[in-house]
Design a protein around this ligand. Structure first.
Ligand code: ADP
Length: 186
């Protein structure tokens, strides 16, 4: 586990399962349908129970009838998870890197951070959005994730309620990539 201070906030990097995190909210790497999928999404719905899906269905009926566009984020309760809330965001599908993938991925992180702040949450855990089924190379995605959180706290730390951000990497090798990146970025 790596632990870094950014102003009054702290950043942790851990290897593990995001559904086990006890942060106020965890972020789901969802797909546009918001109706479940594989990877992190499947694990969150399995462990969190059916109330999360019901809330996602309601969001589809009311706010986002055609699905949640990539880069946007919405919030539901955490059902039976330790986390009180789940923030669902849709990452970009990797198409080689010249199709706005970076801009969209940065928006996923910023919109999730702002949504947590708007609910006055203190802690938030992120998976490595887009790096599974969506094919984003871990090194590129990790660099953007870490830089975006660093910039967010550098500019916003006086105003945001967030005090702790955790990056949860599922595999040892992804965790090692983040550990290496963090040394270069912080
Ligand atoms: P995407 O469709 O955005 O690529 P995935 O869920 O397929 O989303 O993968 C995103 C990342 O989450 C991958 O690096 C994958 O290894 C990781 N992952 C899968 N399950 C979990 C889990 N339970 N906790 C944390 N990370 C996970």
């Amino acid at each position: 586990m790596t632990n870094i201070a950014i102003g009054n906030a702290k950043l942790n990097i851990v290897q593990g399962d995001i559904t086990e995190q006890g942060t106020d909210a965890i972020v789901n790497a969802a797909n546009s349908s918001l109706l479940g999928g594989g990877g992190v999404d499947g694990a969150i719905h399995r462990k969190g129970g059916p109330s999360i899906l019901s809330e996602c269905e309601r969001i589809r009926r009311t706010l986002w009838r055609d699905g949640l566009p990539a880069g946007e984020a919405v919030i539901t309760s955490g059902g039976r998870l330790k986390a009180r809330y789940v923030i669902h965001t849709v990452g970009p599908v990797w198409h080689g890197g010249n199709n706005n993938e970076a801009e969209v991925l940065i928006r996923c992180y910023l919109n999730s951070l702002e949504l947590a702040n708007s609910k006055s949450l203190n802690s938030l855990a992120f998976p490595a959005i887009s790096t599974g089924a969506y094919g984003y190379p871990i090194r590129n995605a990790g660099t953007l994730a870490l830089k975006t959180v660093k910039d967010y706290f550098s500019s916003k730390y006086k105003e945001t309620t967030l005090k702790e951000v955790v990056f949860v990497l599922y595999t040892r090798s992804d965790f090692e990539v983040y550990e290496e990146l963090v040394k270069a970025i912080f």
